[in-house]
Structures are given as structure tokens and as C-alpha cells.
Design a protein around this ligand. Sequence first.
Ligand code: FMN
Length: 192
Amino acid sequence: MENKTIGFAVCGSFCTHARAMEALEQVKARFARVIPIVSECTAATDTRFGCAHELMREMARICDHRVISTIAGAEPIGPQKLLDLLIIAPCTGNTLGKLAAGVTDTSVTMAAKAHLRNGRPILLAPSTNDGLAGSAPSLGALLNRRYIYFVPFGQDDPERKPTSLVSDFSQVADAAQAALEGRQLQPLLTAS
Ligand SMILES: Cc1cc2nc3c(=O)[nH]c(=O)nc-3n(C[C@H](O)[C@H](O)[C@H](O)COP(=O)(O)O)c2cc1C
């Protein structure tokens, strides 16, 4: 097991939360410490895909650590140099846009800003229906940004959702390892 501390942040792409929990288990098995983080939207929203409280309980159980769910809770990540790597999986179009624009009004974007001040890597797992439309400029900006790496992603349903992109959550742990080494896991684009 690698002696690293990883932040694992979950945004409100509710249909991918089950896959994200599998990825979280794999990340926890590979790295010594994992600190769970959720966006306020994730913490407050029950959907047909699951109940917010149960998701957070599951994350706390896997990580054996309380879940960070506020801007104030995420702020110490910067001054305390808490994390070696921050994973955001899933990363919504909303959070992609905020990261690209430098907006910091959620727990997850605060975690990213605090962590980036230490010049350490962030791994994004985009999952958004407008990845090849409204969120494409954000994605493009972040692809060209220092310290930002991606979990390989691709079109999940080109016929019925032609602009939708989703990451391959089975590659999160490998992409995390690569990001810690300063490498983008390849191929970046998955086949649909
Ligand atoms: C049931 C449901 C499913 C959603 N799925 C997604 C998704 O897969 N990708 C996405 O970008 N937004 C999705 N959204 C919208 C986000 O939850 C919304 O943009 C929210 O503001 C995201 O906040 P966050 O990025 O801080 O987590 C979904 C919303 C709901 C209610």
C-alpha cells in the first residue's frame, strides 16, 4: 500500500454514484489514507439513484473518516497540506465550469483551490450530458491546465445522448497512481 493521503470528492452526478463507490473502495485499498468529500448538492439531494445520507455513511465507512461537506470543512486542505492528490469523481459539468472559471463556492471547488495552492495534482472524472456541448469549453480549458489530470472518458451513449461524456470509473485507481507520478493515464479517450 502506498503511503499517500488522497481526497476523494463526489459531485452531483447521481447516476454514477454507485460506480464512484466501487472506485472509492479500490482507491482505499491502494493508498494509506482517503479523506471523503461531497459537494453540498450531493449532501442535500435524495434521488431515484439513492439517498444522500446513505451515500455519505457509505463513504465514511469505506474511508474510516468523517465526510467533509462544507467550504469551511475543506479549507484546511490548503494550510495543513492535507492531501497528496485530490480526486473528483464524478465531476459534474457544474464543477468543471467552476474549476475552469476559478469559482470557489462549494466544498469541492474549495478543496480544489486549497489543494492547488500547494502545487499538487487533481484528478477529474467528468460525467455530464453536455460534455461535448455546454461543458466542452471548460473541459478544453482544464485539459490545458497544470496539475489537472483526467480519468479516461468517452461517449456513453452516442446515439441517444450525442453530447454526453462519462469517465471509466474502473480506471480511477490507475489514473490516480499516474497523476501522483505526474502522468496522464493513456489512452485518455475510451471507445464507445
Ligand atoms: C437525478 C439527477 C442527476 C444528475 N446527473 C448529473 C450528471 O450526471 N452530470 C452532471 O453534470 N450533472 C448532473 N445533475 C445536475 C447536478 O446535480 C447539478 O448541476 C448540481 O448543481 C451539481 O452540483 P455540484 O457540481 O456542486 O455537485 C443531476 C441532477 C439530478 C437531480
